[in-house]
Ligand binder design. Structure first.
Ligand SMILES: NC(=O)c1ccc[n+]([C@@H]2O[C@H](COP(=O)([O-])OP(=O)(O)OC[C@H]3O[C@@H](n4cnc5c(N)ncnc54)[C@H](O)[C@@H]3O)[C@@H](O)[C@H]2O)c1
Length: 418
């Protein structure tokens, strides 16, 4: 079924009516290929699938990006598709396949709940349509593998909405690490406890806070941003051990995570996250051989050691010497304040046009998901888990959780009756 809003910028092309591609092409030709920012690049015709809470914001973001033209929306709830289509003045569809086959889109932005990201992305790639998906890239790593493979096969771009990478705090932290200023990394520590959620949040959608509908709790929904930053700034661990808990909230899934991270060499790390701390915070500390970096209270702080740690430990002969003192410097943040979601969409359009890189690729999305899946596996089995995780084991684990054969009690996992 297709719904069209009133007075769309493109005359309505009913999905399934046939000839949509030709008609759109003709209209674009009549209007001339619009260009963005004087770059001479034709605007990327983009549809948004899943136009609920986040998705309706994505529709507004797409409409505001000069490099992109919003050409269609889709939502399985007809009234939602109709409402957003009418507001945006573009045709609306009630299935992603109808949108993909409408001939209206060269790219799709996926804003559905996570369990649908993979199938929609693969269906798009197989039709030669570029994909930008909301985080998390998918629920299970095997699904993300399929997405990455489908995009490669089809030669389309696959991007993930990790807009927090563009915040000056994180962008500049990454630049400092990449410059070598910290030397070899010793420790990465991330507190991702500032995701406080009320019970009413979880009750705001039947899929929320369930294994079947969402594939996890904080690890599936809120923490993907942080897990991406953890991997982007500190690298990927080789193994981890996690503990999962559910405090206070009446949900099936974890709302609290603590994980010990083991990297190659001597680097270690610690990650903690919760949606149940009203005084939670977000901080990152990265310590290296030559200095330390902290993202804390909206500030980026950096200190350089006067000499490498190994030199101090091994060559200071005075046993009573106090540890060397350091001066912390607040790094002035450059830029920021803009719409980072819009900036991810604009970068995606430029990357499709062969001008620049994606903010985060499908492989980046897969890395963040690898961490989330590994933490679930470790926390639910009580085992130390090596990365990359075993795909079949992860599929079986989520199957057991969705079917109630494995249950997460507030204080830990137990076998269920399902
Ligand atoms: N990047 C961010 O900062 C950010 C912020 C919020 C949400 N998100 C992500 O956005 C996604 C959606 O979250 P939300 O809070 O908007 O959920 P929501 O429940 O408010 O909206 C989801 C919408 O998708 C529709 N939908 C469901 N299945 C569909 C399908 N197969 N095809 C088409 N439409 C379908 C629903 O009808 C609904 O309108 C999640 O993956 C979430 O993690 C990302």
């Amino acid at each position: 079924m297709t719904r069209a809003g009133p007075a769309p910028p493109l005359a309505v092309v009913p999905a399934g009516a046939g000839g949509g591609r030709r008609k759109v092409g003709e209209r674009l030709a009549r209007r001339g290929s619009r260009t963005s920012g004087g770059m001479g690049v034709a605007r990327l015709r983009m549809g948004v699938v899943g136009v609920g809470g986040r998705g309706s914001g994505l529709v507004r973001a797409v409409a505001a990006v000069p490099e992109v033209e919003l050409t269609a929306v889709a939502d399985v709830v007809a009234a939602q598709a109709e409402k957003v289509a009418a507001q945006a003045g573009v045709p609306g569809h009630t299935s992603h396949v109808a949108l993909l086959e409408s001939g209206l889109v060269e790219a799709v932005l996926i804003g559905t709940p996570h369990p649908f990201h993979a199938q929609i992305a693969v269906d798009a790639a197989e039709r030669g349509i570029h994909v930008l998906t909301e985080k998390p890239i998918a629920v299970r790593v095997a699904e993300a593998d399929r997405m990455v493979a489908a995009a490669r096969r089809a030669g389309v771009r696959l991007g993930v909405m990790f807009q927090r990478r563009l915040e000056p705090l994180h962008r500049q932290a990454r630049e400092i690490i990449a410059s070598g200023a910290l030397g070899a990394l010793h420790e990465v520590e991330m507190s991702s406890t500032g995701w406080y959620r009320l019970q009413s949040y979880y009750e705001g959608g039947a899929w929320r806070g369930t294994w079947k509908g969402e594939g996890g709790g904080i690890l599936a929904n809120q923490a993907p941003h942080d897990l991406d930053l953890l991997a982007w700034l500190g690298g990927m661990p080789a193994a981890l051990t996690a503990t999962l808990r559910r405090r206070v909230h009446r949900i099936e899934v974890e709302n609290t995570v603590s994980a010990l991270l083991e990297y190659g060499g001597t680097q270690t790390g610690f990650f903690r996250a919760t949606t149940a701390d009203p005084q939670g915070r977000r901080s990152i500390e990265i310590t290296g051989e030559l200095g330390r970096l902290a993202v804390r209270d909206g500030k980026l702080l950096h200190c350089r050691y006067p000499r490498p740690v190994a030199e101090d430990i091994l060559h200071t002969t005075d046993r009573r010497a106090t540890p060397f003192t350091v001066e912390w410097r607040e790094v002035p943040l450059e830029g920021g304040g803009g719409d980072t979601t819009g900036a991810v969409i604009a970068a995606f359009a430029r990357a499709v046009a062969g001008e620049g890189d994606l903010v985060a690729t499908g492989e980046d999305g897969l890395r963040a998901l690898e961490l989330a899946n590994a933490m679930h596996l470790s926390g639910l089995t009580g085992r130390r888990v090596r990365l990359p995780v075993d795909r079949a084991e992860i599929d079986a684990l989520y199957g057991d959780l969705a079917a109630g054969r494995l249950v997460l009690d507030p204080e830990g996992p137990r076998a269920g009756a399902g």
